[in-house]
Design a protein. Structure first.
Length: 68
């Protein structure tokens, strides 16, 4: 397991936080997701053998947010 912190731009409300949490949680290998509107970031605990940082970033971007 690895903990990754990803900056997330474009979130403006709790609904945005819920959307980012939902798309990240749906990925195979993701064990825990904590998204902070105030800190504009997502902290993800995941099995890197199943899911990589690039996939996490892509999922956030596909949901309509900026990730980096």
């Amino acid at each position: 397991m690895e903990t990754m912190t990803i900056k997330v731009g474009g979130m403006t409300c709790g609904g945005c936080v819920a959307s980012v949490t939902r798309v990240l949680s749906a990925l195979d290998g993701v064990k825990n997701v904590t998204v902070s509107l105030e800190q504009a970031q997502a902290v993800v605990v995941a099995d890197t053998a199943k899911v990589g940082r690039e996939q996490l970033v892509q999922a956030i971007e596909d949901a309509g947010f900026e990730a980096g």
